[in-house]
Ligand binder design. Structure first.
Ligand SMILES: *Cc1c(COP(=O)(O)O)cnc(C)c1O
Length: 366
């Protein structure tokens, strides 16, 4: 071979480093030859899928030789009713990752700038880099987004700002006052992506809800997902709500059948399962309390979190701690690639899983 196919790739793509996912259970099983592994690494819903989803999937099977509905009519209709938004404000994605990437492809060109915070979700830099745009990273405050610094980083070249609330991996969040002061400083020509992947877990009734602002700010895009509180991570379905003109643009860029038939049917069905969502929230708030109490007993610092995961500081290089936990059959998430080498991110599990993790952590840290 005389051709270097890496050098041949588009310039932005050459600089990409792939997203590092949580370790799959089966991979650890193969590596260690052990079973009874628990995974608290990818912010997945520990309840398993809703029974309504399983029933809906059964119905879809007979139609699998057909293309999915490329417009996702039924899901958009259900979302429209559920969220109180017009159907033409909705863009569906193959997970909200897809939506984030569609936004970057639609609005970023080489030379354009996109802003995100230190400790932000890894998909933002990847989406920006892939189109060879310029990432502008602002420092965090106490692990959270510094919205003032983000507003101050806007230049004539800025096209996009990515903000997650609550943020992954830190679990940090901000409120309405900070948000409104921020948006007041952002010109209409700069699109703001408010990533609310964990909004369903936020317990404070007075918390910021991005959807209440989409009418006020035409440059606001609110993205959400079915992967977390709705328990459909394996099916890949998410969406964003925006001004209809922005949705029109995003729909030009997305693949015509980016959400498959199973995903469309499952998401439509789970929107109807208020009980499942309620149980998801309950198991999460109980588990969060359980982990926080466990960390306190172990004398470990942690970052208070509004999501379905929590970052704990282990007070030493977290790499070996992560490896030792693997040997105990517990998969958590190292966050050194996010610039937090002494910390681990734990997704909230079922009570017995949380207990097992805390026991393993205690043994490993001894
Ligand atoms: C999990 C997560 C998503 C959702 O990803 P999907 O592609 O919808 O599974 C989006 N943003 C953040 C910050 C996340 O943590």
């Amino acid at each position: 071979m005389t051709c270097d196919y890496i050098a041949l790739a588009a310039q932005g793509v050459q600089g990409l480093t792939p997203y590092v996912p949580g370790k799959p259970v089966e991979e650890l099983e193969r590596e260690l030859g052990i079973s009874n592994i628990i995974k608290l690494a990818s912010n997945e819903n520990p309840l398993g899928p809703s029974p309504k989803v399983l029933a809906a999937l059964e119905q879809v099977k007979a139609e699998l030789s057909r293309y999915p509905d490329g417009n996702g009519f039924k899901l958009k209709q259900a979302l429209s009713q559920h969220l109180g938004v017009a159907m033409d404000t909705i863009t569906l994605g193959n997970g909200s990752n897809d939506v984030l990437e569609i936004i970057a492809r639609a609005y970023l060109a080489p030379g354009d700038e996109a802003i995100y915070s230190q400790y932000a979700f890894a998909v933002y830099p990847i989406s920006i880099q892939a189109v060879n745009a310029t990432a502008v990273v602002t420092p965090a405050i106490n692990y959270g987004h510094d919205l003032k610094a983000m507003a101050a980083a806007i230049t004539a070249k800025t096209k996009l700002i990515f903000i997650a609330n609550p943020n992954n991996p830190t679990g940090t969040w901000f409120g309405k006052a900070e948000w409104e002061a921020f948006m007041a400083q952002v010109p209409e020509t700069v699109l703001v992506v408010l990533d609310e992947a964990y909004i369903e877990y936020v317990e404070d009734a007075g918390a910021l809800d991005g959807l209440q602002y989409v009418n006020r700010y035409p440059n606001l895009i609110v993205s959400r997902t079915f992967s977390k509180a709705y328990g459909l991570a394996g099916l890949r379905v998410g969406y964003c709500i925006s001004h209809p003109q922005v949705a029109n643009v995003l729909n030009r860029v997305r693949q015509p059948f980016n959400v498959d038939s199973f995903a469309l049917a499952a998401a439509t069905a789970v929107l109807d399962d208020a009980d499942y969502l309620q149980r998801s929230r309950q198991i999460n708030s109980d588990g969060m309390r359980q982990l926080v109490e466990g960390f306190k007993k172990l004398g470990l610092d942690y970052i208070p979190s509004a999501g379905n995961f929590i970052v704990v500081h282990v007070g030493r290089d977290a790499g070996p701690v992560y490896q030792s936990l693997l040997k105990e059959g517990v998969i958590v998430r190292p966050v050194a690639n996010y610039g937090m080498p002494h910390s681990l991110r734990i997704s909230i599990g079922l009570p017995q899983e949380n207990q097992r993790f805390l026991g393993a952590l205690q043994r490993v840290l001894q």
